[in-house]
Design a protein around this ligand. Structure first.
Ligand code: 7RM
Length: 550
């Protein structure tokens, strides 16, 4: 669903009746949605007709139908789909054309609404395919329903929700959170990390499709009775002042966003920010990826005018809520550091052999004991939960992030050290993108690595080895990008695709991604390449590099 209040209503309605929700970000493809429906064995899908991303119409219902058809093809028919008419409420409804197949009729009350509500037509409305056997309208379901609904009484360890996150093997993991611990943890971190007071107006710009939206738009703020801004839109639409305009309009006091958004807005200078007063702001938060000191300084000095503490909150889908974070005005800040652990969280830094490092050091960030908000299992695959997080270093929870501790004990996240990529604060697995690429008949092998990007943090650089006889072309490049977008979603669209007649491999056949990362960044010093089976591929790969600014 788009970022509409009904999304929060739907989440809370599930909780009320003891149902488990699994939200899928509206930017995902039908394929990704289908995969998640199958894995969670979901019984009901809730969606909307569509939404606008800037000027671009996203036909959610079409994507949802496509996903449900894919599920049917895999013998998993989902019986019900509830559709919220979102766009047709604000713009004139267009009747379905007579060419539509007879089985598909418009949402029953769409026509009526058209008569009632002839609003000025601003943008075209999606034509929604309609299958009366499965589809139901959100609004028609609401009419005639009692306003009372006894809550289902649950155990504190009963599941609250499943949220899928990329896994390094390629298949997304259904991270499962339970009711008691998660609620306690997000309510407490929200209150202390944002120094919440009842007169605050809080705004988190994340999408509810990600964990930040779950914990710090829905559950944390609402458990505190907080007043929030719920924003459906883009930080740059209709112009790059949009965020600050909204801050002034609603007198936002606590503001929470991602480094990628800060870097994006930074490009346009201070003028679009200074057009607005922003004097209501008290605390600025950041999350999603390491924040570079320049972006931190800009956020602190330009946006907050050095009045507002910046809380750089490190956490994961798996941790439920903040685990390393400053407390505003109490913790002395260092730009780029998530500072110290939250109460009850005990971090450690390990070396390759799993030994705990003391004092200033750098290595694997792990946690030594659980806290209330930690995930309980990977849905349907407890073994995978154990292997992913507890096998490499027995007795520790492994975050997958590298980390440095300085002489003052501050923690600095250095980024992922597994096969994961962080594009605009969203985690993607290289394996997932690679398998989408090799599904194309022209590709026999693919290797995906990260390359630094000025706004997105990281971008996807893909090496593809083509089937014999196929030559590399712009058309093929475009097809491959489209293929990844359709298989995974727009966030996974590759930035670069390079023809790789051969890939650097070890004698045992493992692709040397370390070498590919250097080629993608045009770094000539490759380090130790003695294990390379055929070193002649390297020169060729350097010659064929895709250029473009980093
Ligand atoms: C909340 C969220 C988790 C990964 C995590 C890190 C990176 C998140 C920070 C950060 C440095 C931060 N959940 N990450 N916050 N890195 N500083 N403040 O993003 O599951 O989608 O991603 O994001 O690599 O492991 S997530």
């Amino acid at each position: 669903m788009p970022m509409v209040v009904e999304l929060v209503v739907a989440m809370l309605a599930c909780v009320r009746i003891g149902a488990v929700h699994s939200i899928v970000f509206a930017g995902f493809s039908a394929e990704s949605l289908c995969e998640r429906i199958l894995d969670s064995q979901c019984s009901l899908l809730i969606t909307a007709d569509g939404f606008y991303r800037g000027d671009k119409l996203i036909n959610l219902k079409v994507i949802a139908d496509d996903a449900l058809q894919k599920c049917r093809d895999k013998s998993f028919p989902v019986q019900r789909c509830i559709m919220l008419k979102h766009l047709s409420k604000v713009v004139e409804a267009i009747p379905l054309s007579s060419q539509s197949p007879p089985a598909k009729r418009p949402c029953p009350d769409l026509q009526q609404e058209k008569q009632k509500d002839r609003v000025k037509k601003i943008r075209p409305v999606p034509q929604v395919p309609w299958n009366p056997e499965v589809d139901q309208c959100w609004l028609s379901l609401l009419s005639g329903v009692s306003e009372e609904c006894e809550p289902e009484w649950c155990d504190s360890e009963d599941p609250l929700f499943i949220l899928y996150t990329s896994g390094s093997t390629g298949k997304p993991k259904g991270v499962l959170h339970t009711i008691g611990g998660y609620m306690l943890y997000v309510a407490t971190t929200f209150k202390l990390v944002f120094d919440y007071h009842p007169d605050d107006v809080y705004w988190c710009t994340a999408d509810i499709g990600w964990i930040t939206g779950h914990s710090y738009i829905t559950y944390g703020p609402l458990a505190n009775g907080a007043t929030s801004v719920l924003f459906e839109g883009l930080p740059t639409y209709p112009d790059v002042s949009r965020m600050w305009e909204i801050v002034d309009k609603y007198q936002v006091t606590k503001f929470y966003t991602a480094p990628t958004a800060i870097r994006l807005l930074m490009k346009y200078g201070t003028e679009p920010v200074q057009k607005y007063k922003r004097d209501s702001l008290k605390v600025l938060g950041t999350v999603g990826e390491p924040i570079n000191p320049e972006a931190w300084q800009w956020y602190y000095s330009v946006v907050g005018e050095k009045r507002c503490p910046v809380v750089d909150t490190f956490w994961q889908t798996e941790t439920g809520g903040h685990v390393l974070t400053p407390l505003p005005a109490a913790t002395p800040m260092k730009p780029g550091s998530a500072t110290f652990p939250f109460f009850g969280v005990v971090p450690a830094i390990l070396n390759e052999s799993g030994e705990e490092l003391e004092g200033p050091s750098e290595g694997y960030l792990v946690f030594k004991q659980p806290w209330p908000g930690v995930m309980r299992t990977v849905y349907g695959n407890h073994q995978r939960f154990e292997t992913t997080y507890f096998e490499q270093f027995p007795g520790y929870y492994v975050t997958g992030d590298g980390c440095r501790r300085d002489k003052d004990g501050y923690y600095w996240i250095t980024g992922r050290i597994d096969d994961m990529l962080n594009v605009s604060g969203h985690l993607l697995s290289t394996a997932e993108v690679e398998s989408a690429l090799v599904e194309h008949e022209a590709v026999v092998e693919a290797a995906v690595v990260s390359r630094p990007h000025p706004v997105k943090g990281e971008s996807l650089y893909c090496f593809v080895t083509l089937t014999d006889g196929v030559s590399f072309s712009r058309t093929l490049e475009a097809q491959l990008k489209k293929q990844v977008r359709e298989k995974i979603g727009a966030i996974a669209t590759p930035d670069f695709i390079q023809n790789a007649p051969g890939l650097p491999k070890t004698r045992s056949g493992k692709i040397m991604r370390r070498v590919l990362r250097k080629i993608a960044r045009n770094e000539q010093d490759l380090g130790d390449v003695s294990t390379l089976a055929d070193s002649s591929v390297i020169e060729l790969l350097f010659q064929n590099r895709c250029c473009g600014a980093m």
